[in-house]
Design a protein around this ligand. Sequence first.
Ligand code: HBI
Length: 372
Amino acid sequence: MTVSLMSSTIEHLSKQTKLKLLFISTPVGPLGSGLGGGVELTLTNLVQELQRQGHSIQVVAPENSVASNTSLVAIPGELQPTAHTRGRASPITLPGHSVLAGMWDYARKAQQDYDLLVNFAYDWLPFYLTPFIGRPIAHFVSMGSLSTAMDHVIHNVALQFPDTIGVYTRTQAETFPFADTCRCLGSAVDLSLYEYCDQPGPCLVWLGRISPEKGLEDAVSAAQRSQTPLKILGKLEDKDYWRKICEDYPEAPIEYLGFLSTAELQGVVRQCRALLMTPRWIEAFGNVAIEALACGVPVITYRRGGPAEIVKSGKTGWLVEPDSVDGLTEAIAQVDQLSRRACRQQAEAEYSLTALGERFEQWFRDILTSRH
Ligand code: HBI
């Protein structure tokens, strides 16, 4: 018995053994819909990079999901209400015919075919089910602390299964009471999809789900004050919020371009003078910041959350006093001093897919080794 356990442990240690992984996606929307925000990009990029490295990955996702590079198990059912707009005391809810429950019923039945399951949902059920599932589960937590109930259920997993909670950044981890047990994995983009541009036009750009925690009104206000045209891209998640912004800033030089594919998005972003980020909340990472840097576009952002760990103020962008529209306006006036080449170089040095794949693979192998 000991010998066989030893051999399987050694097996997982060696880089040569390829892993069989089951990725269970976020239940808030089909992959490719944009409703899953940054975690969609993380999951898709990881699948691409880990498959390139020879691992085999199966993705379980809500029906109508689209993923160019992998086979999908499509699960029917009602989408999960988004967690980021509910209060800290909000109770755990599951719709009747829940797609989340359907995805985890599939995972329970299929688990024998995989070395490791990877959860990308920021939801109570997968964490609660962890001790009921035989196979080890790596939980990628895509946002900071949002509710007491979620903190509690993630904390229980962190205590019972050490080192199985992954996050984007240290700042994000520190919003949880179990910060020191989190594995910080950072993020990345496929740099080959983003084309460097040295000669921008006059516009600024804002990227993201149009939802109150993203603080779009500050970017619109700064565009109006500096009379600089602002292009807005992203999923129009909260229509009332958007309507109020348009009513409050009727003179602002803004243009909403919708939710674009990566290819279309980078085509717009690369021609802009700077990306504005105005997070009201602790952004776990801020994938849009590295998408801009990859195009050579400097990032002006509040000194808050993940983006504040990415931007080198005065070099690849400007860090601004949180919620200060004056600060944004001053930074806009100084953005042309920055080197666009330095922005692209930072993306290449710190946010390549290869580096991301290595960090996640090491995390998975560490979980498998400690499990044996
Ligand atoms: N809400 N309930 C729930 N579950 C998620 O997985 C989730 C979410 N809201 C937003 C979200 N995931 C992603 O956009 C994060 O990457 C931010």
